[in-house]
Write a protein that binds this ligand. Structure first.
Ligand code: NAD
Length: 434
C-alpha cells in the first residue's frame, strides 16, 4: 500500500519504518528539513532501539523515504497517517494547531487528486477531534464529497524505549473508523498482526487511548502515594509492590515508587483529559489527584537531599539520568528537569550524566555534563539517581564512592539494591524504602 506519514517524530518514524518493513511504500513527511535529510541518509533522527536498522533497510530497499514536499507526498499515496504532535496549551488543554495545519495540508493536496483517499489519525486527540475537527477541515479544503474520503482513528500505544517492538507486536490494535473505506484499509494494513483487534467508532478509539494513559498514570501516582506511606511506617514499598503484583487483577507493572511520571504522553494526556472534562462540566477528581501527586514526588527527592546535605549552596550534586525513562533520548517533562531547576535555584553545583539524553537536556537547562560516570561523580557530595538506566543499576559503587567527596545516594527510582549500596559505604535514601 502507498502510505504517507505526516510527522516524522517518535510515532511517525516508528510507524513509517515498521510499515515499510511490512512491505508497504512509505513516505515520511515533516516540516523540519534536518529530520528528513537524516532519514534519507538512512539514519534515525532519534534514539530508539532497533529503529536505525529498520530505517537503513527501508531506505536501501527503496520503500521508505522522507520528504518535506508534504502535498506531493500525500497526492502520491492512497492513505495518510497523521502523527503530528498534540502538545498542551498553558492551561493544560490540548493544542490542536499541528492537527489543524496537517488537516489543511491534506485538504489542499487532495484537490490535486481524484481517487478516494483515506486519512487515519494516529496522534493522541481528545474525543470527537477526528470527526469534528479533522474531517470538516479536509472536506472544506479539498472540496470533496464525503464518499471520496475514508476517515479513521488508530491510536498508538508504543512506549519509547521499546517502540519498535511494541509497534511490531502490539498487545492490541484499535481500529476506529467512521466509514467502510477506513475500516477496510486498517484491516488490510494490520492483517498480519495476530493480536486482538477492536473495531469501534473514532471517538471511542480516541477515548481508549486517553483512558489507558490516564489509568496507567493514576496507577503510578497511586503507587507513589502508597510508597510515601511506606516511608513513614518503615515498610519497603518494593516488597509491597511485589506482593500486590502477584494478584493477576493488579499486575506488577507500573507499581514502582519514584519521582513520578514524565515523558511526552502521560503528563500532557492526563492534563488534556482533565481540562476537557472540566470544560464539559464533568470534572475529574481522580485525574486532578493523579497530577498533584506527580508534582509532589520530585519535591520529595529535593527534601531528602536537603535532609542529608543541609544547605545546598555550593554542594556538588551528580545527577544520573536526564531522560524521562531509560532507553530513550526523550527528555520531555522529565522529572529530572524539576529536580535540577530546584537544586540550581538553591545554589548547588549540578553535573549531569545520561547515556543518550545529554544533548536534548542541554536545550532545556544548560548544566555541566559528562559522558563518563567516573567524571560525573568526581568530588560530588551527593549522587541522585533519576532514571533507572541499566548502566546505573550495574555501576561499580565502591570505585565511584572513592572518587566522591561525600557518601550520599538519593535513589529517585527505588531501583538500587539497598544492601549493596550500604555495603559500598553509602548513606542511602530512597522513595518508599521505609
Ligand atoms: P514528535 O514531536 O516527536 O513528532 C511530531 C512531528 O510532527 C515533528 O517532527 C514535527 O516537526 C512534525 N510536524 C508538525 N506539524 C507538521 C505538519 N503540518 N506536517 C508534517 N509534519 C509536521 O511527537 P511524537 O512523540 O511522535 O507524538 C506524536 C503524537 O503521537 C502525539 O499526539 C502523541 O501524544 C502521540 N503518541 C506519542 C507517543 C510517544 O511515546 N512519543 C506514544 C503514543 C502516542
Amino acid at each position: 500500500m502507498k502510505i504517507s506519514v505526516m510527522g516524522t517524530g517518535y510515532v511517525g518514524l516508528v510507524t513509517g519504518a515498521t510499515l515499510s518493513e511490512a512491505g508497504n511504500d512509505i513516505v515520511c513527511l515533516d516540516i523540519v528539513e534536518d529530520k528528513i535529510n537524516q532519514l534519507n541518509k538512512g539514519e534515525s533522527p532519534i534514539f530508539e532501539p532497533g529503529l536505525d536498522k529498520l530505517i537503513k533497510k527501508g531506505i536501501a530497499k527503496g520503500n521508505l523515504k522522507g520528504s518535506t514536499n508534504i502535498e506531493q507526498g500525500i497526492v502520491e499515496s492512497d492513505i495518510t497517517f497523521i502523527c503530528v504532535g498534540t502538545p498542551s496549551k498553558k492551561d493544560g488543554s490540548i493544542d490542536l494547531n499541528y492537527i489543524k495545519n496537517a488537516s489543511s495540508a491534506i485538504g489542499r493536496a487532495l484537490r490535486h487528486k481524484q481517487d478516494v483517499h483515506t486519512i487515519i489519525v494516529k496522534s493522541t486527540v481528545i474525543p470527537q477531534t477526528t470527526e469534528n475537527v479533522v474531517l470538516p477541515i479536509i472536506s472544506k479544503k479539498s472540496g470533496r464529497k464525503r464518499e471520496n474520503i475514508g476517515i479513521g482513528m488508530n491510536p498508538e500505544f508504543l512506549r519509547e524505549g521499546s517502540a519498535v517492538k511494541d509497534a511490531l507486536k502490539p498487545d492490541r490494535i484499535v481500529i476506529g473508523h467512521a466509514d467502510e473505506v477506513a475500516l477496510n484499509v486498517l484491516k488490510e494494513i494490520y492483517k498480519d498482526h495476530d493480536c486482538p483487534k477492536l473495531e469501534c467508532n473514532p471517538r471511542t478509539a480516541e477515548f481508549i487511548k486517553y483512558a489507558s494513559n490516564a489509568f496507567l498514570a493514576t496507577k503510578i501516582s497511586f503507587a507513589n502515594e502508597m510508597a510515601n506511606m511506606c516511608s513513614i511506617w518503615g515498610i519497603d514499598f518494593k516488597e509491597v509492590a511485589e506482593g500486590m503484583g502477584m494478584d493477576s487483577r493488579i499486575s506488577p507493572q507500573f507499581l514502582q515508587a519514584g519521582a513520578g511520571f514524565g515523558g511526552s504522553c502521560f503528563p500532557k494526556d492526563v492534563k488534556a483529559l482533565a481540562a476537557a472534562a472540566k470544560s464539559d462540566k464533568i470534572g475529574s477528581k481522580i485525574l486532578t489527584a493523579t497530577l498533584e501527586v506527580n508534582e509532589s514526588q520530585p519535591k520529595i527527592v529535593i527534601g531528602m537531599t536537603k535532609e542529608r546535605l543541609g544547605v545546598l549552596k555550593g554542594k556538588k550534586i551528580a545527577i544520573l539520568g536526564l531522560t524521562f525513562k531509560p532507553e530513550t533520548d526523550d527528555v520531555r517533562e522529565s522529572r529530572t528537569e524539576i529536580v535540577v531547576k530546584e537544586l540550581v535555584d538553591e545554589g548547588a553545583k549540578v553535573i549531569g550524566h545520561d547515556p543518550e539524553g545529554i544533548e536534548n537536556f542541554k536545550k532545556i537547562i544548560d548544566i555541566e555534563t559528562s559522558n563518563t560516570l567516573n567524571e560525573v561523580v568526581k568530588g560530588a557530595d551527593c549522587l541522585i539517581l533519576m532514571t533507572e538506566w541499566k548502566e546505573y543499576l550495574e555501576m561499580d559503587l565502591k570505585s565511584l564512592k572513592e572518587r566522591m567527596n561525600g557518601n550520599v545516594i538519593i535513589d529517585g527510582r527505588r531501583a538500587l539494591n539497598p544492601e549493596k549500596v550500604k555495603e559500598a559505604g553509602f548513606d542511602y535514601k530512597s522513595i518508599g524504602l521505609g
